[in-house]
Design a protein around this ligand. Structure first.
Ligand code: HEC
Ligand code: HEC
Length: 348
């Protein structure tokens, strides 16, 4: 009798040991799916700019093409390196003539899921965005006319644009350049992170510490500003809702105010995506914080009513590292051959 009793206790004990954490894990999955969505396996369909293999191929070439810059040295990939998490590992970007821009380069990975582009949301989509850096004096320092002259000087480019935009009479245009780049950028997504596996129902994809980190991320309010597919990128918030972070980090950049001119938007910025965040130091629009733990600590005091404990800080950092997904594997393109008509680089 005693034996049977003890066996029962052991069987029930084993059941709780195995099943209870799993049940708790499932509850956390349900809670997490209220806030986040996994990155889909395939890129989204773009409104008004449907992808074709030809447009994608052209977009990839243009993304890596340094001759879109007046120095013929700087491409989109210089500051949004697809091998560096889509960013540049600089505080603020260095562009034409070694000049430093005012802001840190956000990643292009998964940027197609952002509500708008730039830290202040001043470009409505990736196609509108792509025209900016080509012309910015601290970036590629070129003009649309010079870009078209350069592209049209190479018959292979004319052919590539014709194939990508078969309906257009004169397909080599600045707008079409931007559209092709947009189609390529939309493919730069990073599915299959461990966090995505967890969201899709695999409770064992996160360990106990990472689960605690996720729970704290939700309970403390991080998820309110860093939710959705991209864990951010969907709205603007004051940097320093609760406490103003030290001025060294904020600087004098007024953020969204520059776009809306509304006083309540002073020092507010798009909440950046936290996907692949371990790959894209340094952090914040100023790039003044290098460590991920330090960045989370800044957020904790600046944005939360109740700050994270030391242990929660470690847990949240461990959780954030589970958002690193499959990085895009891109073969570097071979560019069209220059001709005698191709403009020469201007370095100053
Ligand atoms: C000299 C460095 C540099 C170059 C070259 C450059 N960018 Fe950027 N990019 C930046 C910086 C810095 C920002 C943020 C600027 C801001 O918010 O005001 C940015 C922002 C972006 C964003 C917005 C991402 C987001 O989350 O808001 C996208 C997309 C992007 N760039 C794509 C491109 C493309 C496409 C090209 C090539 C046509 C390009 N960039 C060239 C530095 C660069
Ligand atoms: C009220 C909204 C809000 C809350 C709450 C919030 N954040 Fe943020 N987060 C932002 C904004 C806005 C930025 C961009 C600030 C800047 O650079 O100007 C940001 C930036 C970050 C960055 C830097 C990302 C990068 O690419 O530079 C990290 C990391 C981060 N947040 C993590 C967290 C964590 C972890 C929590 C919870 C402890 C949290 N955030 C809570 C709005 C919020």
């Amino acid at each position: 009798m005693k034996k049977v009793f003890f066996s029962c206790v052991i069987v029930i004990g084993i059941f709780f040991l195995v099943a209870a954490p799993a049940l708790a894990g499932d509850k956390l999955i349900a809670e997490a799916t209220d806030y986040f969505k996994p990155i889909p396996a395939k890129p989204p369909v773009l409104k008004d700019n449907p992808a074709t293999p030809e447009k994608l191929e052209l977009g990839k070439i243009l993304y890596f093409e340094p001759r879109l810059s007046s120095s013929a040295l700087i491409s989109c990939n210089t500051c949004h390196n697809v091998g560096l998490g889509g960013a540049d590992y600089q505080e603020t970007s260095t562009g034409h003539g070694w000049r430093r821009g005012p802001r840190n380069a956000p990643t292009v990975l998964n940027s197609v899921y952002n509500v708008a582009q730039f830290w202040d949301g001043r470009a409505k989509d990736l196609a509108e965005q792509a025209k900016g850096p080509v012309q910015a004096s601290v970036e590629m320092n070129n003009t649309p006319e010079q870009v078209i002259k350069t592209l049209k000087s190479m018959p292979e480019y004319i052919e590539l644009f014709k194939k990508a935009f078969p309906q257009d009479k004169d397909p080599v245009t600045f707008d079409n350049m931007a559209k092709a780049i947009e189609v390529f950028e939309a493919t730069l997504i990073t599915p299959d992170s461990r966090f995505d596996k967890f969201l899709k129902g695999d409770s064992s994809a996160l360990n106990e510490q990472e689960k605690r980190g996720l729970k704290a991320f939700i309970d403390k309010g991080c998820a309110d500003c860093h939710g959705g597919i991209n864990m951010g990128g969907d709205d603007y918030y004051t940097f320093g809702v609760v406490n103003s972070p030290i001025s060294r980090i904020v600087g004098d950049d007024k953020g969204r105010f520059k776009v809306t001119h509304a006083t309540e938007d002073e020092f507010s910025f798009k909440s950046p995506s936290l996907r692949n965040i371990e790959l894209t130091a340094p952090y914040f629009h100023s790039g003044k914080v290098w460590g991920l733990k330090a960045a989370v600590a800044v957020m904790s005091t600046a944005q939360l009513e109740s700050v994270l404990s030391k242990k929660e800080l470690d847990d949240v950092v461990a959780f954030l590292k589970t958002t690193t997904g499959k990085q895009p594997q891109i073969t570097h393109p071979i560019f069209p051959k220059p001709t005698d008509a191709t403009p020469h680089p201007k370095l100053d």
